[in-house]
Design a protein around this ligand. Structure first.
Ligand code: IMP
Ligand code: MG
Length: 187
């Protein structure tokens, strides 16, 4: 596999590319064990979960359907505004289905709680949550993920789909940026 040079805006790599791939393989096995041969409807929260979902999906052993929603809570800041908006909802019928909600990161929990509560109104057969990253110390609402890639400390991270002001999603690892980059926010 090609080696990527460290991006000059990166202060520290928190989770390497190799560790991410290893963990995603394990996660897909854990998820497969949980559902057996049942069909699962994955609902992924765009844009942040795109890269994670892409890799996870290929490795899931059970039959799947895929849908997505667009939600926003951060804008261009590194702290949550507390306001969550669902810009586009799911399209598939969810009643009586096993639904797995996939997101990049569980931070305050507001985004996934709002989405989870909306999905529950559709009366799915089951609803579980899978996140690549979890920042447990930041939680503001009562929400636990059923499948978690990594627990991380309270740091704003980028890479592997996660952005700062829509940038750095293409980094293949999870990293913390240099403090001056977070300060000099530009559109
Ligand atoms: P929550 O509603 O506070 O849990 O925020 C969840 C959303 O905020 C995630 O889906 C991300 O889009 C974004 N977010 C939270 N923490 C980070 C981070 O460290 N880096 C990049 N995005 C983040
Ligand atoms: Mg997101």
């Amino acid at each position: 596999m090609a080696k990527h040079r460290l991006h000059s805006d990166v202060e520290r790599v928190l989770i390497t590319e190799a560790r991410i791939h290893r963990r995603v393989r394990q996660l897909s096995r854990e998820i497969g064990k949980c559902y057996g041969n049942d069909e699962v409807t994955l609902i992924t929260v765009l844009n942040g979960s795109m890269v994670f979902l892409g890799e996870l999906l290929q490795r899931l052993p059970m039959p799947t359907r895929l849908d997505s929603i667009v939600a926003h809570s951060y804008g261009t800041h590194t702290t949550s505004s507390g306001r969550v908006r669902i810009r586009r909802g799911w399209q598939l019928p969810l009643k009586g289905r096993h639904v797995l909600l996939v997101d990049d990161i569980l931070d305050t929990g507001r985004t996934l709680k709002l989405i989870r509560d909306r999905i529950l109104r559709e009366r799915p057969a089951s609803l579980r949550v899978c996140v690549l990253l979890d920042k447990p110390t930041r939680r503001e609402v009562d929400l636990q993920a059923d499948f978690i890639g990594f627990q991380i400390p309270d740091k704003f991270v980028v890479g592997y789909g996660l952005d700062f002001a829509e940038r750095y999603r293409n980094l293949p690892y999870i990293a913390v940026l240099k403090p001056q980059i977070y300060r000099q926010r530009s559109p």
